[in-house]
Design a protein around this ligand. Structure first.
Ligand code: FAD
Length: 428
């Protein structure tokens, strides 16, 4: 392929994962190009939240647009009397933040520029290895060809190249949200609500249907973000249902929407299987199933895991100039999904399977118990910073402290739960 520029790595995609891994690889001194079908500086549509401690540990607190210390959830049944214990909040005693998405994107774009990352326009379509397996050859929809020692697919949850096994229906986290102004504050001043599971605004029949919760925050200056969310379900809860429930919830508390600044329609997969870790294309982000199966968060994980992946790939490029694409991809996959993270992935998915079967009453009791665990345990679970033994300890403690309704739901194995437990012992 004469005339085609040769690079160490070609990264596909223009979302958080692509920018994060491209900047990390370039920071290791590799020659990197980024390929996306849109302007890589175009604003991202999604909002990204993160725990304060996570962003502090990464040294990126300056990239937050909002930060709350008054963080709570509601796991009581709710009632029309505000003084009723059923309305009592559970304090989280931890900061939560919302990224300034423009600043986060610029942070990575600046790092890409410093590392000399080339920005290319095009839609990746086909991939092959050259005859010796040394080079990856990528064709775009408009017929252009690119050649690199390694291709990294960061094209999101439905990746263009990365393959993963089909293990049945995939559960989606669905949410409908409004950024706007309201006739009365939907949450307290300065408050961030992670989960409000109160359901006294729903009929008995509705309370038998899959539970949803409110995720909400005070954005300041009279603006609020309120979002009705379904943790995970296959097929996902429809937006219509979420919107109806959100408006009912607000009306029940005497709150009307007065001005809609932005509507958010959120849907992403929560329990994607791990990709095939032997394929000659490396994945990153949604493409590599990096969404936390218990919380839906990913940005913290991108930032924490990119350096090890970039170091592993760059180390091999330098140590073995003849290494082919499959070898480089393998080094990347091994760094991205080491044994302990694969075990944790199985454990989280096992937990999510259980939660998806829980009734509203069981879910409320489960989360009330979960957030009564020592702070370090629930935080380590949610931020994916705990070790496998620490996670198992937290889960056993939860079982011991939970009411019988939850314990019964946790006992017995149904559906894909036995397979997930087997993967905990022997990860794929
Ligand atoms: C509304 C909403 C809110 C969310 N909130 C959070 C949150 O608070 N915290 C969190 O951690 N996660 C959150 N998520 C999940 C998170 O958005 C996604 O997991 C994340 O955007 C995935 O990042 P990604 O870079 O892997 O993929 P994406 O952001 O989906 O980016 C994929 C990129 O690949 C490009 N692409 C697609 N096809 C091709 C192709 N053929 N060739 C080249 N490029 C291609 C696309 O144009 C795009 O630029 C949210 C998701 C939604 C929808």
């Amino acid at each position: 392929m004469s005339g085609v520029p040769l690079r160490d790595v070609l990264v596909l995609g223009g979302g958080p994962a692509a920018l994060c891994i491209a900047s990390a690889l370039a920071g290791e001194g590799l020659s990197v190009a980024l390929l996306a079908p849109h302007d890589l500086r175009a604003p991202w549509p999604n909002t990204y939240g993160i725990w304060g401690e996570e962003v502090d540990a990464l040294g990126l607190a300056h990239l937050l647009e909002h930060r709350w210390s008054h963080t709570v959830s509601y796991f009581g049944a709710g009632s029309s009397d505000p003084a009723d214990p059923a309305n009592r909040p559970t304090p989280h005693r931890r900061d939560y933040g919302l990224f300034d998405r423009g600043a986060l994107q610029q942070h990575w774009l600046d790092a890409c520029e410093r590392g000399g990352v080339e920005l290319l326009a095009g839609k990746a379509e086909r991939f092959r290895l050259d005859a010796e397996g040394r080079w990856s050859v990528l064709a775009t929809a408009d017929g252009a060809r690119h050649q690199a020692r390694l291709v990294v697919d960061a094209t999101g949850h439905e990746p263009v190249l990365v393959r993963r096994p089909d293990l049945g229906p995939v559960a989606g986290q669905a949410a409908y949200g409004i950024v706007g102004r309201f006739s009365a504050p939907p949450v307290e001043a300065g408050q961030f609500v992670l989960m409000d599971y109160r359901a006294d605004h729903l009929s008995t029949e509705e309370r038998r249907q899959p539970p949803t919760f409110l995720y909400a925050m005070d954005l300041g200056e009279g603006r609020f973000f309120v979002e009705e969310t379904s943790l995970a379900l296959a097929p996902p809860v429809p937006y219509d249902t979420l919107r109806r429930r959100l408006l009912r919830r607000l009306a029940h508390r005497g709150v009307r929407v007065e001005q809609v600044e932005h509507e958010e329609f959120c849907l992403f997969p929560m329990n994607l299987p791990l990709p095939d870790l032997r394929q000659p294309v490396l994945g990153f982000g949604g493409a590599a199933s990096m969404v936390h199966p218990a919380s839906g968060y990913m940005v913290g994980s991108l930032l924490r895991r990119a350096p090890a992946v970039a170091e592993a790939v760059a180390g091999l490029v330098r140590a073995e100039p003849q290494a082919g694409s499959a070898q480089l991809a393998q080094a990347g996959w091994d760094a991205l999904w080491p044994l302990d993270l694969r075990r944790k992935h199985a454990l989280y998915q096992f937990g999510l399977e259980k939660l998806m079967r829980f009734s509203e009453v069981q879910l409320r009791a489960h989360f009330a118990t979960f957030f009564s665990l020592p702070d370090a345990q629930w935080y380590g679970f949610l931020a994916n910073t705990a070790t496998v033994p620490e996670l198992l300890t937290a889960m056993l403690r939860l079982f011991g402290q939970a009411p019988w309704s939850v314990r019964l739901g946790l006992m017995g194995l149904q559906g894909r739960e036995p397979a997930l437990l087997a993967r905990l012992i022997r990860p794929s």
